[in-house]
Design a protein around this ligand. Structure first.
Ligand code: FES
Length: 578
């Protein structure tokens, strides 16, 4: 199917007046011949390459392969940089700049002569940021992620990026391993280009992009350094040119049905809790209503099939070799567990057409069968109650089953600094039956909502060999982390949510089966405490982007987007400036 409508880019390059002269002339300083400007779809390659985002540091090579595909299909590729929110280096947290990056993407697309975009994403926040920005423009777009790192190696065994840090640091704090032993794993953890190789947030969001239909099949799992990653980049470059001709814009792919498929797939892969926030934000940009309760309705109780760390044993390399995401989707579809098999994907075929014949390799250990899942009750557990009126989440596959119904005494930390100052204090009145509560780490309280929700346990508890306790906060948690950790409590403490009213010694009830999170004090007492509440000192930042962030960020249940960014504003061409 071809479309003869004028190209968007023709409004820059397609005229013989003064403006057309100027737009073409300056571009020609790059050695571009005149015929390139007449009738070829112009494909923006939106690149989050940065040496400060090590997970995306190989993207120049990926971009070159995308360009080859674009050229082969008769398009004109133009690569441009956008803000790269790298998880490992950016302080206080890369989440602080997800929305900034999305604004960069949106305005770069709308203001420039591009007919479609290839989104080069990898590290956690880059995938949602680029999808959010492109969705607000509703142009044809295809996601190419950078792929996961090869398996980490240490002491003769495979180790997972991120997850091993949490595990070994706890062991070191508990006195079970030496500092030398802890540090010796450093070089072996990250030994190739690519993103974290666990089912952390980067892998989860790559799977979400594929499940949503915004990337070609297998995009999520091909290792970063596997030649097939470059083939996929090439094919994506070819395909985006056809998408322009078919006018296959994001709004035809990112439908309500696509998000429901993604929620189901997230359960099957044991995906990160961060997906709850990012899918809500992406949906908001394209005008799809998505609520926290959709995660209960569509995802809760779904078996987790993919046996990857942090919930399970393997890493992304094995996941790809076992068949990758198409194999998981095939397993779901064969049991009528794919809500919308007909959802359209960027290759013009339905999700089910792409996956129905997907090969599944090996012995069903990595991608397990429905009758032998990693966890029978995967998905995301959404919790509500007087402690989280707008909701909170917990990842059952990463939790200790025995702790998912628990009543315990609150040990309260007013913020992350307070936690760090006191958690190792031998005098801290805490044991493994307690519930660790941390306040003021939500979107406004710790601007960006840092991944500190998986508070490390007190050393005196670790020393007993205990590895998990119930923890509750308004923070997020790294997708590589694990534990019985209640996250995203909304409204957050810094916005005056009930979490702010919890005091040492209060009893807290967690009941994952009932979806309940309850502070065991009477309503009058809770109201009294909240009436006395004062915003934490220093909440309003003096200026700059951070001030904008605190003033406009929405709560976790609303996806932490800015209130003024929600919605699709299209890609109407702005007027000339000359
Ligand atoms: Fe970039 Fe994990 S730190 S993907």
């Amino acid at each position: 199917m071809t479309d003869k409508r004028p190209l968007r880019s023709a409004q820059w390059f397609g005229t013989t007046d003064k403006n057309g002269f100027m737009y073409r002339s300056w571009m020609k300083n790059q050695g571009i011949p005149d015929h390139e400007f007449h009738g070829k779809p112009i494909i923006g390659i939106c690149n989050t390459w940065s040496e400060l985002t090590p997970c995306n540091a190989h993207f120049r090579k990926i971009a070159e392969h995308v360009k080859k595909g674009v050229l082969e299909a008769g398009g004109f590729p133009v690569e441009f940089p956008v803000f790269s929110s790298g998880e490992s280096n950016l302080r206080p947290t890369a989440m602080l700049t997800r929305n900034l990056a999305s604004m960069d993407v949106e305005e770069s697309i709308r203001g420039n002569p591009v007919d479609a975009v290839v989104l080069l994403t990898g590290c956690d926040k880059t995938t949602p940021a680029l999808l959010m920005g492109a969705a607000s423009c509703d142009v044809p777009a295809i996601v190419v992620t950078g792929g996961p790192m090869l398996n980490g190696k240490h002491n003769g065994r495979d180790i997972g990026a991120g997850t091993i840090v949490w595990q070994m640091h706890e062991a070191y704090k508990g006195g079970l391993i030496s500092l030398d032993e802890f540090l010796s794993a450093e070089a072996g953890m990250s030994r190739s280009a690519g993103t974290c190789n666990t089912m952390g947030t980067a892998s989860t969001m790559a799977c979400m992009a594929e499940a949503l239909g915004t990337s070609l099949p297998h995009n999520a799992a091909i290792p970063a350094v596997d030649a097939r990653r470059y083939v996929l980049a090439h094919l994506s470059g070819m395909r985006i040119v056809e998408m322009v001709r078919e006018d296959l814009r994001l709004s035809r792919v990112l439908t309500r049905q696509a998000f429901e498929n993604a929620i189901r797939v997230n359960a099957a892969i044991g995906g990160s809790t961060n997906a709850v926030i990012h899918l809500k934000a992406i949906a908001g940009r394209i005008g799809v209503e998505l609520e926290l309760d959709d995660w209960t309705r569509i995802g809760r109780g779904m078996p987790t099939l993919v046996d990857l760390q942090p919930s399970g044993r393997f890493l992304m390399e094995e996941f790809y070799y076992a068949g990758g995401l198409p194999a998981v989707i095939r397993r779901l579809g064969e049991h009528d567990l794919l809500p919308h098999p007909d959802a359209l994907t960027v290759n013009g075929r339905s999700l089910w057409e792409n996956c129905a014949q997907a090969p599944i390799y090996g012995t069903d250990e990595v991608i397990r069968t429905l009758d032998n899942p990693l966890r029978a009750d995967g998905g995301i557990c959404v919790l509500r109650g007087n402690l989280a009126p707008a909701g909170a989440v917990l990842k059952p596959s990463a939790a200790t089953p025995a702790l998912m119904t628990h009543r315990g005494r609150a040990v309260v930390f007013e913020d992350f600094d307070d936690y760090k100052a006191r958690i190792a204090d031998p005098e801290l009145d805490v044991d493994e039956t307690c519930v660790l509560v941390m306040k003021n780490c939500g979107p406004k309280g710790y601007p960006g909502m840092a991944e500190v929700g998986n508070m490390g346990l007190p050393p005196k508890v670790l020393a007993k060999g205990i590895t998990d306790m119930v923890r509750i906060s308004d923070a997020r948690m790294s997708g590589t982390a694990y534990g019985t950790v209640v996250l995203h409590v909304a409204p957050e403490a810094a916005a005056g949510g009930p979490l702010a009213a919890v005091r040492n010694g209060d009893m807290i009830e967690l009941d994952c089966n009932a979806g309940r999170l309850h502070l065991d004090i009477d309503d009058e007492e809770l109201a009294r405490r909240l009436a006395d509440w004062q915003p934490p000192h220093g909440l309003r930042w003096d200026g700059g982007y951070r001030r904008l962030y605190v003033d406009h960020v929405l709560q976790a249940d609303q996806g932490c987007d800015f209130d003024f960014l929600v919605g699709c504003r299209g890609a109407d061409v702005p007027r000339h400036s000359h």
